[in-house]
Structures are given as structure tokens and as C-alpha cells.
Design a protein around this ligand. Sequence first.
Ligand code: HPA
Length: 234
Amino acid sequence: MTIHIGAQPGDIAETVLLPGDPYRAKWAAETFLEDVKLVNEVRGMLGFTGTYKGNRVTIHGSGMGMPSLSIYVNELIKDYGAKTLIRIGSCGGMQNSVGIRDIILGMAATTLSTPSRGIFKDMNFAPTADFDLLHKAYHAAEAKGAKTHVGNIYSSDVFYDERPDLNEQMVRHGVLGVEMEAAELYNLAARHSVRSLAVLTVSDHLLTGEALPSDQREKSFGDMVEVALEAAFA
Ligand code: HPA
């Protein structure tokens, strides 16, 4: 047990999928895994371990934003031995070439700041995905017929952003989408020599104002879970 995770030693698999929402973790585990066991419910942050095609996998909520994700990912790596961590989440589209429901694989993640800023100070470290996971996720997403984009994403600290000029600069520099967690996941994976990736679906669009209807969110989320599982075990 750690401060934020009630799982026993051995309860967490080496491969962990990280949706922001703990109830999405429950839905994904019940929908895609076999022999599912609840391994954490501290503070309502649900984690489940089961098997996918015979491979052990944990699906655990990360919460929203990099400080929350950082707590869970630190403990999952350092105390439970997680080796492959894949964020599955939503993002806001930032390019006209990107449509609602498309999948974005974050090759790199740009930020204004992360919980790792205290380490990097004035250095602009480039947080990047694991290439093998990225490559396999790309092929898994294409095989599902999903329109898939690979490139830079923006991990913002704010959902209600009072600085629209920042988004404008991201759009101008070809950033595909905005979310709130991936950069710190990539920083932590680099620091601890483990693999990480962010698989995102476009749930809303900053340029067009479109949003994914709520009845289609589950299907898009399910597609992402399958892409992440295939990337982890292909
Ligand atoms: N901003 C930040 N995070 C997000 C967004 C957004 O527009 N959409 C989905 N996650």
C-alpha cells in the first residue's frame, strides 16, 4: 500500500492504462478484461487488474491534470513496478485537419509548466512518447479504421484558459490537440526508464466549436482502450 493506492504488492500489472476518470477505468476493465479485480479505491480513484488475451493489465484512474497524474504514476512506477503506462483520454482539436472522434497519438508534449519544472529549471526538456508503443498504436488505430494523427500535443494546466494567445501559438506551430496530463507522464517515464504513450480522442474542437455528442463518447473511448491494449501487447 502507498499513500494514495491501496493495492497489495503484486496487485498491479506491469502494464497500466490511465484514463483520467475512475469510472471510465471501471467501464473499460469490465468491458475489455477478464478475471477483473478491484485493486484500489482510495479517494474514489478506482483501479482494476485483469487480463487481456492472457496478458495482465491494470486500468487505473489518473485524475485530471498533471499534479494528480504525477502522484499515481510515481507510486505505480516506484512502489508497484509499472513498466508500460498508457494514458487514454480526450483532447481538444487544434488543427483543421483534425476532426471530432479522430485519434491523436502524442509523439511529444509541449507545456508551459509541469510538476517536473523544479528539476528542469530553465531547461526545456522535450517529453516524448516511447517509439515502439507509438508505432504499434498507430498500426492498431489504422487497423480499426480510425483517422489517426501523430505529432505534438499541448499539455495545459488549465481547462478554463484565460490566455487564448497560448492556444493560438500552439495552433500556429502545428500542435494537434490540447489535454492536461501527457507531458508529465512522459517526463516520469523518462526519469524512471519505463515506456509511456498518450492515446487521445478528439472530444471537442477549439477552432470549430464542435463537440462529440455524449452518446458517442463511450464508443470513442472503447476504441482508444483497444488501441492501447493492442499497442501494449502486439
Ligand atoms: N482543453 C484541455 N483539456 C481538454 C480539452 C480542452 O479543450 N478537451 C479535452 N481535454
